[in-house]
Design a protein around this ligand. Structure first.
Ligand code: CTP
Length: 445
């Protein structure tokens, strides 16, 4: 019996897939089809797959060509599958010519001519109109956003607004987009708005964008006031618009994996979460100059509070802050202490103090550690009582990581409600509430 294997995402199954499977089946007696998981696709940079794994498997099954369907979860699996299933022929489309030659030592490798003028990417683009993104703000993060957005199919960074028109024009020139002086025209052009302006302007811009019926992705901290966050989410809900806070950690695949393992009981019941993020900032930067909205906690607190909020929830019994301040009164180092009914958490942030920057989650049966930059989680370990009992996990984190939140935002705009769990409205409201308490404690109201 000649056994043939092929792999693919098979999103929005189309004629090209059908013909490939048909020809693959004709090459032998038994065809195995490997269908990729969403996680694997994300890890290899293929974002925005529309059909779920189950739908894609069902669609492959319906072609009637597959004798067996398996799931492809990781790189290197093809090599193992070929040996495991005793494969004679590996088949794939001609867009992969040469890439799988390394398998020739184990089986025959055939590249079949790709069907012209059809692809899942093309179909996705036809089904969902390109979202034109208007950017408010022209700082460092806005620059990173442009390069990351370019990697997500289905969106296009189109224009920029900044009341300082000179900055807007420079930014627009650098990236080949349009600068807008008139905010009404800016909103007219945008389908969704990315807000990366100074913290204190977020509320006003979000409100304006929602009132103009635009979806909004806003940099963290979205709001420094709980009532403001609640009001904005209410408005977004009423208008059926997507509003999310851009905390990249929440959307990165490695962090989702870490949470899944932490909350899945592997280390027992979780009793302590410690998250630390420090960075030595140039003393002339806004973060260390702005006496009302600058400092380590408003800048980095959202990252460090996220693990505790995701693990313990929002109902903490007590929170207090300790800060080291510079001569301007700006906190260069802050520790937030949270007490929950059955757990403790600390969030440690530094802009003028450098520390190790770890995430530590302790439970009744073991602990999880992720080293800096855990906020771009790509590696973590699970430890137990026996020091030799260490499980190691890794996940890719691509580029600056903004592509994950942009891609999830796009899925939400296209109606995928499932993506909301990564950073819920409740999470963002809780964060705003904590930042409000911190600001009050600093005498900044
Ligand atoms: N394929 C093909 N002809 C096409 C499209 C895909 O023969 N027009 C083949 C691919 O070469 C691969 C298999 O079908 O062997 C599964 O491809 P997949 O990546 O799922 O499909 P694409 O349409 O290429 O998807 P995307 O646009 O998301 O890359």
């Amino acid at each position: 019996m000649v056994k043939v294997i092929t792999y693919g995402t098979f999103d929005l199954l189309h004629e090209g897939h059908y013909k490939l499977l048909q020809r693959a089946k004709q090459l032998g007696d038994y065809l195995i089809v490997g269908v990729t998981t969403e996680e694997y696709d994300q890890a290899r940079g293929k974002l925005n797959v529309m059909d779920s794994l189950m739908t894609r498997i069902e669609n492959v099954k319906k072609t009637g060509f597959a004798d067996e369907i398996i799931v492809e979860e990781s790189q290197g699996q093809k090599f193992r599958d070929i040996q495991k299933y005793n494969i004679d022929i590996f088949v794939v489309g001609s867009d992969w010519t040469g890439i799988f030659d390394y398998l020739k030592d184990y089986c025959k490798v055939i590249y079949l001519e790709r069907t012209k003028n059809i692809s899942s990417t093309m179909l996705r683009a036809q089904m969902t109109p390109i979202q034109r993104i208007g950017i408010i703000g022209t700082g460092r993060i806005a620059n990173r956003f442009i390069t990351e957005a370019a990697l997500v199919s289905g969106v296009n960074a189109q224009g920029v607004y900044n009341p300082h028109t000179k900055s807007a024009k420079l930014f627009a020139h650098k990236w080949g987009i349009d600068a807008y002086e008139d905010i009404e025209k800016f909103f007219d052009m945008s389908d969704m708005v990315y807000i990366a302006s100074p913290h204190e302007t977020h509320y006003g811009y979000i409100k304006q964008a929602l009132e103009h019926d635009k979806h909004v992705l806003c940099e963290k901290p979205m709001c420094l006031n709980k009532a403001h966050a609640e009001e904005l989410f209410k408005l977004a809900k009423e208008k059926r618009l997507v509003l999310i806070e851009g905390i990249k950690t929440a959307y990165c695949p490695g962090f989702a994996k870490l949470l899944g393992i932490a909350c899945g009981g592997t280390i027992g019941s979780i009793r302590n979460v410690e998250a630390c993020f420090t960075k030595l900032e140039d003393e002339n930067n806004r973060e260390l100059k702005d006496v009302n909205y600058g400092g380590s906690f408003t800048e980095l607190g959202s990252y460090c509070l996220l693990p505790a909020l995701k693990i313990f929830g929002h109902a903490y019994e007590d929170i207090r802050f300790e800060s080291i301040k510079d001569e301007n009164g700006i906190d260069i180092f802050t520790k937030a202490y949270l007490r929950y009914p059955n757990g403790l958490a600390t969030a440690t942030c530094g802009l003028g103090v450098k520390s190790e920057g770890k995430l530590l989650i302790s439970g009744t049966r073991g602990y999880i550690t992720a080293d800096a930059p855990w906020w771009k989680t790509n590696y973590f370990e699970v430890h137990r009582e026996n020091p030799d009992d260490v499980e190691k996990f890794s996940e890719r984190f691509l580029g600056d990581g903004l592509r994950y939140e942009i891609s999830d935002m796009l899925s939400m705009i296209n109606g995928d409600k499932k993506k909301y769990f990564k950073l819920t409205r409740g999470d963002s409201v809780a964060l705003a509430g904590i930042l409000e308490k911190f600001q009050k404690g600093m005498g900044r109201t």
